[in-house]
Design a protein around this ligand. Structure first.
Ligand code: ARG
Length: 588
C-alpha cells in the first residue's frame, strides 16, 4: 500500500493496520476490507488466514476481536457469519482524518505513488491535412486525463502527439500546391483554425480530382513522394506548409476542448524518419525480422489470416518503403533509450490493438521492452450515434469534431441560461459557463464509461441535469459555493468531538477515500473510476442535504462542522474534475 507521507492515512488504511497488528503470528495477511452496508467496513480476510493456519475461522475472528485495540479509530468490532468482521469507525477518527486532508490545500491528502518513474503518453494524434473526428476526441480526452492523473501522483510525464504527418498522399498535395502556388496564401497574417482547415480541405479535394483525372499529374505526384523521402529541400519546405497549416487547425480544436497541447510535444511520424533504416537493420541483424518475398517481416504464431497462414508485421515493404510499424518501433527506441521511460502508454482506438500487440511483441523480442520498461495500449471503443451505429452524418460522412463541440456548447448555454436569472449570472458568465458545461459534458460522457466500451454520443443525455453527467457534478459544486457565500459569520471548522448523523458519516467516509482512489485510477489507467467516485460523492452530498440542515443546524459547532464537510466536498469535486479536464464554475 502506498505510503502517506505528510498526512494521516485514510481511516481505511488505519483500520487495515490496526487489524493486521491484531492478527496472530507473523503471517502476512490482508484483512481484505470492504465498505459495507451493515457496518462501515467488513473484513473478509480472516477466512483465508484461517485456512492458511488451519484454524476455525469463527474462533480466529473472535480471537482477533479480543486483541484489537478499540477507541482511537475503531468504535465497534464484531464477528459475523462464518468469520467476517464488522467494523464501525469512530466519528472522531473520520473528522480528524478529513481535517488533515482539508489542511493540505494543494493535494487534499492525496499521497504520491510509491515509486514514480517516467511515462510517455502517446495521445491526441490527429492527421495532417485531415479533419478531426470523434475518434481523435477520445484519444485527446482520455490521454489528457491520464497526463493529469499521473503527474498528480508524482510521475514524470512526457507527452507525445504522434500526428500522421508522413505518407504517400503528401506527394499529391505538394505537387498540386507547387503547381498552384497561391492556394494556401492567407489574406491576413492571422488565420483561424476553421479557415485553415477549409483551405486544406479545398486543396485536398482539388488535388485528388486532378490526380484521378490526369495521368501525367499522377506521375509527377508519385515522383514527389520519392523527392520527399529523399529529403529534397524544396519539397520539404512545401510539406512543412501543410504541417503548419494543419497545426493552426489542431490548436484551435484543442483550445475549444479547453486542453493545453504544446508544440514541442508534437512529434509526428516524420520525427522518426532518421531512425527507420537503423531500426530495420537492428531487427534484421538480431533475427527478429526476416525477409519474406522481399519485405522485412516479423511473424507471430498466434497471428493468422483466414486461410490459416501467419500474417506478419511488415517493417519494410518490398519496394523499400517504411510504414506505420517501422515508425512506431523507432518511436519505442526513442522513448526507451532517449527519453528514458519505464512506461509507455498509447491512447489509441481499439481497432489498432493487433498492430500494437505485434509492435510491442517485436520490441520485446528485440530487447527494447522488458522487465524494466512496459508498454500498454489504453484502447478505446467506437463512438456511436443515437442509433447505435458508428457515428456518421446522414450523408454517411464522418462527423466533424468542431461541429459536435459547437453544438454541445450551444445546448449547454441554453441550459445555463434557463437558470441564469435566479443565480444572477451576467451575459459573459452565461457564455463562459456554457462553454464549461458543454465541453465538460462531452469530456465526462467519454470518461465516465470504461474506455474500451463503445458509447453513444447523445447530447440530450450529456447535458441533462439528472443522472451521471458532468453538469450534475458542476451543480453540486456551485450549490456548495452558494451555501458558503450565504454562511455569513460562520466558517468551516472541523469538530471531531461531535456525533455525526448517518449521512454525514457516509459522506465523510467517501471523502476520505479520495487519495486511494486517485492512486488506483492512475496506476490502472482507468479514469472512469474517478468519474464514478465523483458521481458517488455528489450522490452522498444529495443524501446529506436531504437529511441534514447546514446553515440552520442545531448548534454553531454543528453549522461549522457541516460547512467544513461541504467545503471539503467542493474542493474534492474541484480537484477530481480538474484531473479529468473539467471546470467547475463558482456560480451556475
Ligand atoms: N494518427 C493515428 C490515427 O489517427 C493515431 C496514432 C496513434 N499513435 C501511434 N503511435 N501509432 O489513427
Amino acid at each position: 500500500m502506498a505510503s502517506v507521507t505528510s498526512l494521516s492515512a485514510s481511516v481505511h488504511q488505519r483500520l487495515a493496520s490496526a487489524l493486521s497488528a491484531a492478527l496472530p503470528e507473523a503471517v502476512d495477511a490482508d484483512p481484505l476490507l470492504r465498505r459495507s452496508d451493515r457496518a462501515d467496513f467488513q473484513a473478509n480476510g480472516i477466512l483465508a488466514l484461517a485456512k492458511k493456519v488451519k484454524a476455525n475461522p469463527r474462533e480466529l475472528a473472535t480471537q482477533v476481536v479480543s486483541q484489537v485495540v478499540t477507541g482511537d479509530v475503531i468504535k465497534d468490532i464484531e464477528v459475523s457469519g462464518p468469520g467476517f468482521l464488522n467494523v464501525t469507525i469512530s466519528d472522531r477518527a473520520i473528522i480528524e482524518n478529513l481535517a488533515a486532508r482539508y489542511a493540505d490545500t494543494g493535494r487534499l491528502g492525496v499521497p504520491y505513488a510509491d515509486a514514480p518513474g517516467t511515462t510517455v503518453i502517446d495521445y491526441a494524434q490527429p492527421n495532417v491535412a485531415k479533419e478531426m473526428h470523434v475518434g481523435h476526441l477520445r484519444s485527446a480526452v482520455i490521454g489528457d486525463a491520464m497526463v493529469q492523473l499521473l503527474e498528480f501522483t508524482g510521475e514524470t510525464v512526457v507527452r507525445r502527439h504522434h500526428i500522421g504527418d508522413w505518407g504517400t498522399q503528401f506527394g499529391m498535395l505538394i505537387q498540386y500546391l507547387d503547381e498552384h502556388p497561391h492556394e494556401l496564401d492567407h489574406k491576413e497574417s492571422e488565420v483561424s483554425g476553421e479557415e485553415a482547415m477549409s483551405n486544406l480541405d479545398r486543396l485536398y479535394k482539388a488535388a485528388r480530382k486532378l490526380f484521378d483525372a490526369d495521368e501525367e499529374f499522377k506521375t509527377r505526384a508519385r515522383r514527389r513522394v520519392v523527392d520527399l523521402q529523399a529529403g529534397d529541400p524544396h519539397t520539404l519546405a512545401m510539406w512543412q506548409k501543410f504541417v503548419d497549416e494543419s497545426k493552426i487547425y489542431f490548436f484551435s480544436v484543442f483550445e475549444k476542448l479547453d486542453m493545453e497541447i504544446r508544440d514541442p510535444d508534437i512529434v509526428g511520424e516524420s520525427g522518426y524518419n532518421d531512425m527507420l533504416a537503423e531500426t530495420c537493420r537492428l531487427l534484421e541483424e538480431s533475427g527478429v525480422a526476416v525477409r519474406s518475398e522481399g519485405a522485412l517481416c516479423v511473424f507471430f504464431d498466434d497471428v493468422k489470416g483466414p486461410d490459416g497462414n501467419r500474417v506478419p508485421l511488415i517493417v519494410q515493404k518490398s519496394d523499400g518503403g517504411y510504414g506505420y510499424a517501422a515508425t512506431d518501433l523507432s518511436a519505442i527506441r526513442d522513448r526507451v533509450f532517449n527519453l528514458k521511460a519505464q512506461s509507455l502508454l498509447y491512447v489509441v482506438d481499439a481497432r489498432q490493438s493487433l498492430h500494437f500487440k505485434m509492435v510491442f511483441e517485436t520490441a520485446r523480442r528485440a530487447g527494447w521492452l522488458g522487465d524494466g520498461v512496459k508498454a500498454f495500449q489504453l484502447a478505446f471503443g467506437t463512438v456511436l450515434g443515437k442509433d447505435g451505429k458508428p457515428f456518421k452524418t446522414r450523408e454517411g460522412e464522418t462527423v466533424k469534431l468542431v461541429d459536435l463541440l459547437d453544438e454541445a456548447v450551444e445546448r449547454a448555454t441554453a441550459v445555463v441560461r434557463e437558470k441564469a436569472e435566479k443565480v444572477g449570472l451576467t451575459e459573459q458568465e452565461i457564455v463562459e459557463n456554457g462553454q464549461y458545461v458543454g465541453i465538460g459534458a462531452v469530456k465526462y460522457a467519454d470518461l465516465s464509461t470504461s474506455a474500451v466500451r463503445d458509447y453513444k454520443f447523445d447530447l440530450d443525455q450529456m447535458v441533462s441535469l439528472n443522472g451521471d453527467t458532468s453538469v450534475y457534478l458542476q451543480y453540486a459544486y456551485a450549490r456548495i459555493q452558494s451555501i458558503l457565500r450565504k454562511s455569513g459569520e460562520a466558517r468551516p471548522v472541523a469538530h471531531p468531538e461531535l456525533e455525526l448523523a448517518p449521512a454525514e458519516r457516509a459522506l465523510g467516509l467517501h471523502l476520505d477515500q479520495f487519495g486511494e482512489t486517485i492512486l488506483e485510477v492512475a496506476a490502472s489507467h482507468e479514469p472512469h473510476k474517478l468519474a464514478a467516485y465523483l458521481y458517488q460523492l455528489a450522490s452522498h452530498l444529495t443524501a446529506f442535504y436531504d437529511q441534514c440542515l447546514v446553515l440552520k443546524a442545531d448548534t454553531p459547532e454543528q453549522v461549522e462542522n457541516r460547512l467544513f464537510l461541504v467545503d471539503l466536498t467542493a474542493r474534492t469535486l474541484h480537484q477530481g474534475m480538474a484531473l479529468l479536464g473539467i471546470r467547475t464554475p463558482e456560480k451556475l
